[in-house]
Ligand binder design. Structure first.
Ligand code: SF4
Ligand code: FES
Length: 201
């Protein structure tokens, strides 16, 4: 077992656990968007930042991928953490101004507007990739993936038409933290009767 502190309280964790896993085990809240216990962490959204204090220095890390270590001290709500989290929320607001989930989360941290320019006022997706990872790692079909590059990057099915591999399970919609996948599922799964006809062959 590894022993360290979270917000001044001594906690125990198993070797190999992350700071986020340990915090959740001990009832300490750290906000996340791209994390889900069912899939491997990817560190995409950065919202789960915490401050690691070790002796005279400290640094900001993402708790969903940072491994626990003996004697470290973690601060989940320090002024530095709150400041970084607000910056991240401003960037997320600019990335997906159309998501009421992200607007509500930002409001919780006192962020109601962004200093960054929003290019697509209706966009809801933060490109966290959680839907893609669940489809691949849990459902095992990889019906969706990241398409395009740079500012044209988005989540969709091959050739942006109904994906033959899609089993219409809706797992992607369930895990999506912003509501973006709700509007995309119909396009990905196609007409239910087409799917049934295909499966009956
Ligand atoms: S659709 Fe949702 S889960 Fe998928 S990348 Fe976008 S925000 Fe993340
Ligand atoms: S939850 Fe850790 S980076 Fe998204």
């Amino acid at each position: 077992m590894v022993s360290f502190k979270i917000n001044g309280e001594t906690v125990q964790a198993r070797q190999g656990w992350t700071v986020l896993e340990t915090a959740r085990q001990h009832g300490v809240h750290i906000p996340t968007l791209c994390h889900h216990e069912a899939v491997e962490p990817s560190g995409a959204c950065r919202l789960c930042v915490v401050e690691v204090v070790q002796g005279k220095w400290s640094k900001i890390v993402i708790s969903c991928m940072y491994p626990v270590a003996e004697g470290i001290e973690i601060l989940t709500d320090s002024p530095r953490v709150k400041n970084v989290r607000r910056w991240i929320l401003e960037m997320l607001l600019a990335e997906c101004p159309g998501s009421k989930e992200i607007r509500a989360l930002a409001a919780e941290y006192g962020v109601s507007a962004s200093r960054f320019a929003a290019h697509h006022p209706d966009e809801q997706c933060i490109l966290c990739g959680l839907c893609v990872r669940v489809c691949k790692e849990v459902v095992g079909v990889s019906a969706i993936s990241t398409i395009g590059r740079g500012v044209h990057k988005k989540i969709g099915s091959p050739y942006q038409g109904p994906a033959e591999a899609c089993v219409a399970c809706g797992s992607c919609v369930t895990v999506c933290p912003t509501g973006a996948m709700r509007a995309r599922l119909d396009a990905v799964r196609g007409e239910p009767k087409v799917k049934l006809a295909h499966g009956a062959k």
